[in-house]
Design a protein around this ligand. Sequence first.
Ligand SMILES: Cc1ncc(COP(=O)(O)O)c(C=O)c1O
Length: 366
Amino acid sequence: MRVFNFSAGPATLPEAVLRQVREEWLDWRGIGSSIIEVSHRGRDFMAVRDEAEARLRRLLAIPEEYAVLFLQGGATLQFAAVVMNLLRGRSADYVVTGAWSQKAYREAMRVAPFVGGRVRLAASTEESGFTRLPLPTELNLDPQAAYVHVCTNETIHGVEWLSLEPLYESGVPIVADMSSHLLSRPIEVHRFGLIYAGAQKNIGPAGLTVVIVRRDLLSDPWPGTPAVMQYGLQEANQSMLNTPSTFAIYVAGLVFAWLEELGGVSAIEQVNIRKAHKLYAALDRLPLFENRVDREARSRMNVPFRLRDERLNERFLAESEEAGLKYLKGHKMVGGMRASLYNALPEEAVDALVAFLHDFAGRYGG
Ligand SMILES: Cc1ncc(COP(=O)(O)O)c(C=O)c1O
């Protein structure tokens, strides 16, 4: 029996996709092998890879002047790769709104001296406990910066940039870590210099990192950049400078097909808005629970919440698991609970969680 899986990542995948993988696992479309048993450069896998890219381009309306790369090393490797490819001898701005943009900032600080670059903190909301976004007036952006880095959805703190207008105005290329909300809603790719995302939330299994980068930014990496980290080289080699994560690319392609069939990112956005609204409404209504994030910055994908009486935490986790609602334990940095509501989490899962919250509150006081 499949449970409702609220994991932040690796996360729940569409059941239809898992069934299809099972269906074609031993003999992929009559070739007599699994697709993960054949050469990544062979006709069959190349077709899988090309179709995955074409579907992703359609889903996000990615313009031709952007390269789509299927890399490895997770979003974490991109923290350094961005610096090595884009920073040479210049300065970059970092906006810190939670644990992930802070990690990206710290990695950039570590790597920048090697490439002769500098890193500036353009804004931080740490003093709020990362419960809000910076006001436009708090963004101290350098118009000469090589890029401004932002994490558009903070998976741990549950803070999402629902409007990026203040950043668009900066005029410098925006580099965005969209790991935990890419494909959850439409985005204007042409407003960004580079977008990256680890796959294990809305895209597919872990092991794949998607990078969408404007081609004019590909040409001037720091010469010491390892080959597999050079965007230009990867682009010239169809992301196959070395053996890619064929399984993750294959499954991602199936997830893209599933999403296209559902009507794409605009259609799933409507579902995501509804799901998030239902959960936040329950958390706001029931005094036993609280979500501390500013209303206009609340993530649709990751909803951290706490029980006002922390002594009930263990009981909450045990009873929710018993009710088939799994992986609700919050990240250790913030404690409490977290429900991740990615595309593949069915709306019934949120309905079941909301019903459980009401039931639990009824039994344990408010
Ligand atoms: C927003 C964000 N950035 C970066 C990462 C790191 O990703 P990876 O583990 O793929 O390196 C995560 C992982 O959960 C994340 O949520």
